[in-house]
Design a protein around this ligand. Structure first.
Ligand code: PMP
Length: 340
């Protein structure tokens, strides 16, 4: 029996997440597809790792002192991670978030005791963008540090030192490809760098949603976005410091509809309730698996990230009215529930 002994403190619960073979995606790709269960972190997302690394980094630099405040601009999950870590270490948290993110994330942040500042979504060049608002607040608040996840490379370090090492060990060094989408880019860059150091033959693929500019950047060198996506936490329009030097070998563009197919199938067939970025990642992993099979790699193994829990999106992805308003297909059983 594989028993985990008690951890010494709650922060030790971050990372060391399980990895699971996904039956449906593996059958679709014709090879083994593995999902790294980041929803198993205490804040139910991959961003707990970046939160812990950035806060430890600010402490080590001497910028964050006892009783201090951590301020961040975030689509939500990083804020949840920061609030948990800050609570455990005795810091205050202020989170600036676009007001179009899920209600569950806002309620969770408030429940964790974070001060929540909602701003209208706007483009990065606008001084009212959530990242700029949060940076200015940190400059003006005594004893505060700005986490700055997009350009703070302590974020990707969490994945170089943590996630990639775990994936390598869990798959016993037998891995041919890795893919995921980018928000800050910390996960794809950090896991990519960590795995390439183990074996440069591991293919690293970016899976980009519509409305993001990175697919075209890696395909033809221009930051150019097409279409749009309702996926929260992913979709980047610039090369963040975390993305600089990311070892991306190839790229896929995945629509919300394709991602939703996997969100539904993973829930119905395998009992995993996930957010849309996870569905988009799994669609990318299936594409990468098929490509490696077509090239004749024997029994390739591909890993991706299951970024956060679907319970964070009950009012959106799992709500037929919300899906209809966005022009997206609903799951059969949700529609039956709505009719009853
Ligand atoms: N999925 C979700 C749900 C997220 O919140 C994030 C973080 N913004 C990501 C994926 C992308 O992770 P990263 O910031 O490391 O690129």
């Amino acid at each position: 029996m594989n028993i985990t002994r008690p951890f010494g403190d709650t922060l030790a619960l971050i990372g060391n997440t399980p990895i699971v073979r996904l039956a449906g995606p593996s059958a679709a790709a014709g090879c083994d597809i593995y999902g790294k269960c980041e929803f198993a972190n205490p804040g139910s997302s991959v961003k707990d790792r970046a939160a812990l690394w950035m806060i430890r980094d600010a402490e080590n630099r001497g910028d964050l002192k006892p009783g201090g405040t951590v301020i961040e601009g975030t689509a939500g999950n990083t804020g949840i991670g920061i609030a948990l870590v800050a609570n455990a270490l005795g810091y205050k948290t202020i989170i600036v978030m676009p007001d179009n993110q899920s209600k569950e994330k806002m309620d969770t942040l408030r429940a964790l005791g974070a001060e929540l500042v909602l701003v209208p979504p706007t483009k990065y060049s606008d001084p009212g963008h959530f990242q700029h608002v949060s940076r200015r607040m940190a400059e003006e608040t005594p004893g505060a540090v700005w986490a700055g996840q997009f350009d703070n490379v302590a974020n990707r370090k969490a994945h170089i030192e943590g996630t990639s090492q775990e994936i390598w060990e869990q798959l016993e060094g037998r891995i041919d490809g890795f893919t995921c989408a980018a928000g800050t880019g910390g996960t794809i860059a950090g896991v990519g760098m960590g795995l390439k150091e183990k074996d440069p033959e591991i293919r690293i693929a970016l899976t980009d949603p519509h409305g993001a500019a990175l697919y075209n950047y890696y395909a033809k060198g221009v930051l150019e976005a097409e279409g749009s996506s309702v996926a929260e936490g992913i979709g980047q329009g610039r090369i963040t410091a975390n993305l600089e030097g990311a070892p991306i070998d190839t790229q896929y563009r995945i629509s919300d509809e394709e991602g939703l197919v996997w969100v539904e199938r993973l829930l119905r067939e395998e009992g995993l309730c996930l957010g849309l970025s996870s569905g988009i990642n799994v669609a990318g992993a299936v594409a990468l698996g098929k490509e490696l099979v077509a090239e004749g790699r024997p029994n390739p193994r591909v890993a991706t990230i299951l970024c956060d829990t679907g319970f964070r999106y009950l009012s959106t992805l799992y709500n037929p009215e919300w899906l209809a308003a966005k022009g997206l297909p609903s799951f059969d059983w949700l529609q039956q529930g709505a009719a009853a």
